[in-house]
Design a binder for this molecule. Sequence first.
Ligand code: KG4
Ligand code: ZN
Length: 344
Amino acid sequence: TAPGPVLAVESSCDETACAILAPEGTILAQRVISQDGHADFGGVVPEIAARAHLSLLPGLVKATLNDANLPPAGLGLVAASTGPGLIGGLIVGSGFAKGLALALNRPFVAVNHVEAHALTARLPGLVEGGAPFPYLLLLVSGGHCQCIAVEGIGRYRKLGGTIDDAAGEAFDKVAKMLGLGWPGGPALEQLAREGSPDAIALPRPLIRRPGCDFSFSGLKTAIAQKLAPYGHTPLPRSFAADLAASFQQAVADVVADRINHALDMMPAARLLVAAGGVAANTVLRARLEETARSRGCRFAAPPLRLCTDNAVMVGWAALETWEEAARRGQTPFTDIAMRPRPRW
Ligand code: KG4
Ligand code: ZN
């Protein structure tokens, strides 16, 4: 096992996060700051994000150590997500973590952000009955949209992914068209409660096609066409609500179909895990649960704060990869000279 608690840093997008986990995975402290300052631009501005990480990290790390009641010297290792993500934020976060590791003379572990999402379900006590390999991971966030066969630590197979927008991106773009601000996924779900999911006919991109790739741009275009007749006149609320509900239904139909195909490609899977901010959507969650059940699989979605970007998942992935490397007789830590990999 790891030589002591791990301090982990996450800075790949617009969440600045730090967490400390005991070697067996108990969460000792965790903090996440969701940066503001991006909404006015309708999306994450990489340069603003990197500068915010830089100014937030020192105080955040100090506060997290404080929460855990741990002096820096009590740490066993330091980890950071080093890709994929926005290069500026990755440089800031990994640079900070490496500096801390050097100053404390502790090993540094570079963590792949997607691997961290993939392994979160294995945090002790998180999923009832545990999350033994292999399982199917659906990662749906603002930046990611993929089906991954999680077969072991370090053993991942991408079964399919989006060929245009990520699911969260589609939610955000449609929400923007409906005047709901950014990021608009939660507001769109709220509005959809007032509408009818069958009111407006929308396409189901890629449905029943082989494989489990996703496409959302056609759906977005179809919504733009429905909105065109209104020009700059305000949308009747009931129409906006019907559009929101119909869009959400279309996304759920597409995702359910894709998951069915992914499960066909992975017959050994007995568990479906959903992660990423879009997994917070209750309509989508219900469909995923139903799809899993119809295939004789369990369904698990980590609680929202562990589903969206956070540092607990980074610390946990560092502990799991540490252990696996040690088991295989390999070096469990990373060369401090490694560079962040935005497209890892
Ligand atoms: O995982 P996440 O917090 O961050 C990154 O993508 O990095 O995911 C954020 C995405 C946004 O696109 C947001 O609109 C979407 O998740 N989202 C939702 C809901 N809550 C968050 N989409 C649909 N329904 C929701 N309830
Ligand atoms: Zn993420």
